[in-house]
Design a binder for this molecule. Structure first.
Ligand code: HEM
Length: 472
């Protein structure tokens, strides 16, 4: 057993490591983002670390990111398989499963289904619009008052994905949804923190009653809810007439006959993954967005002018309208760029021995994408360090999307929910800005943009004053 990790030949450089701990001592586990940046300045855009005894390579800036994720996509498309995650996911689902046919077939199936081909009569857009009405109601009830939008946005994102998956939405006070949210938050907290590394490194303590046991219990609670919903679907479905994602999947199971990779167990795990990936990401982006729109009222007003002009005579916005709204598009993209909601993406792993910018990286090396470095990279953006929609507009005021726009990552593992997320962000932001004006409360001091670090970056809780726009 080698207690002091050694860098293989021609491996990217990095800081000296300690026995057993590796470079964990170089990182503030509560928020390592500043440490990743500091190490980049010392060791360059490709450097290595040891997380305990496991080697990891951190990739920064556009050129290296593109070479790894796009040009050599297959080499970098694995997922590290630590023991807590393997025991938790049972090698099923989609986000954390390794590169291979189960991942590929399920990713393809989910993409097709989410792209509206398979979700039945009601379009994705209609489902989102229905949920928006449930955001508008409490805002309407609070005209002239202040309100914290956290709960509203979170429940809206959660309900949209529940509707897509199960065809159900939950009242904002419903017990089932509260249980789902609680289990999910606790799982992420433990699976992402130091307990996961301890579980991984010290097999003898695994049977002890330590916090990670709670993760397994919470996963079971969520899966039982999902299993119940799947069973209800099995009773009420009409084969070939899917109402939602679960029905589509059950149709696919029928179609594939003996193909055991499409199973009910895999379906329940997949619903967990889609729920987990689609809730906090979208709601935290909305939260950051409205924080910036209140801080820059002239940008909010310019969006509203464009919305009024383009939607004149229409009762609601459609996703197609984005082509006539370059400014709104630029603002939403700029929100995503600056909010940087998933700063380290989801960890990847090399699927074979490969090379990156001249360095050798063996198969099975953990890969950490420093997406922040790309989203703020000097030379890629007109205004890398400030909130400025001009980053996405050309001289004619047309919307342009620079290649370095990577909040969803890039390549084989690029966010599977990107099209749903983009539709949600556009329809929700436009509908709310059309009807209301959002004002930073007078007594709230200065807005604080410092995010709270977790699985995603979350803005600190804040309040907003709701005003009805004059023409509404
Ligand atoms: C993966 C960002 C919304 C489903 C990811 C990754 C990022 C990301 C950075 C990691 C990609 C990689 O490993 O290279 C975001 C952001 C969102 C968002 C910023 C919202 C603004 C959603 C939604 C869904 C979703 C709404 C669900 C429908 C997934 C899935 C994966 C993923 C399933 C794993 C893909 C795979 O491993 O093949 N997302 N996401 N995401 N996202 Fe999203």
């Amino acid at each position: 057993l080698q207690l002091k990790p050694q860098r293989p030949k021609n491996f990217p450089p990095g800081p000296p490591s300690l026995p057993v701990l590796g470079n964990l001592w170089n990182l503030n586990m509560k928020n390592p983002l500043k440490d990743f940046e500091r190490l980049r300045q010392s060791y360059g855009n490709i450097y290595s670390l040891f997380l305990g005894l496991k080697p990891a390579v951190v990739i920064s800036e556009f050129k290296a990111m593109k070479e790894a994720m796009v040009i050599k996509a297959a080499d970098f498309a694995g997922r590290p398989q630590n023991i807590l995650i393997t025991n938790l996911t049972n090698n099923k689902g989609v986000i954390l499963v390794d590169y291979g046919s189960l991942w590929r077939d399920h990713r393809r199936f989910a993409l097709m289904t989410l792209r509206n081909f398979g979700l039945g009569k009601k379009s994705m857009e209609e489902r989102i619009h229905e949920e928006i009405q449930h955001i508008i109601k409490p805002l309407d009830d609070n005209i002239g008052k202040t309100l914290s939008p956290q709960f509203l946005f979170h429940n809206a994102a959660s309900n949209i994905i529940c509707k897509v998956l199960f065809g159900t939405r939950y009242e904002y006070e419903d017990e089932t949804i509260k249980i789902i949210v609680r289990c999910f938050t606790e799982i992420i907290k433990i699976a992402n923190g130091p307990w996961a590394m301890i579980y991984d490194s010290f097999p003898l303590i695994r049977p002890l009653r330590l916090p990670y046991n709670k993760t397994f219990q919470n996963m079971e609670i969520f899966l039982n809810i999902a299993r119940r919903l799947v069973n209800e679907h099995k009773k009420s479905r009409v084969p070939g007439e899917p109402r939602d994602f679960v029905d589509c999947y059950l149709d696919e199971v029928d179609k594939r006959g003996d193909d055991a990779t499409f199973s009910e167990e895999q379906l329940t795990r997949m619903t967990f993954d889609l729920y987990a990936a689609g809730t906090d990401t979208t709601s935290n982006t909305l939260l950051s967005g409205f924080l910036y729109l209140m801080t820059y009222p002239h940008i909010q007003e310019r969006c509203q002018q464009e919305i009024d002009r383009v939607l004149q005579g229409h009762d609601k916005v459609s996703f197609e309208d984005r082509h006539n709204m370059p400014y709104m598009q630029a603002v939403i993209h700029e929100i995503q760029r600056i909010a940087n909601i998933v700063p380290l993406s989801v960890f990847h792993c090399t699927t074979k021995d490969t090379e990156l910018m001249g360095y050798s990286i063996p198969q099975g090396t953990m890969i950490i994408q420093n997406l922040t470095s790309v989203l703020r990279e000097e030379g890629q953006w007109k205004f890398p360090h400030e909130f400025n929609p001009e980053n996405f507009l050309n001289e004619q005021g047309e919307f342009i999307k620079p290649e370095a726009f990577m909040p969803f990552s890039a390549g084989s593992r690029v966010c599977l929910g990107e099209s749903l997320a983009r539709m949600e962000l556009f329809l929700i932001t436009v509908t709310l800005l059309r009807k209301f004006k959002f004002v930073w409360p007078e007594d709230a001091g200065e807005p604080d943009f410092t995010p709270v670090f977790g699985a995603t970056l979350t803005p600190k809780p804040y309040f907003m004053t709701i005003q009805l726009r004059e023409n509404q």
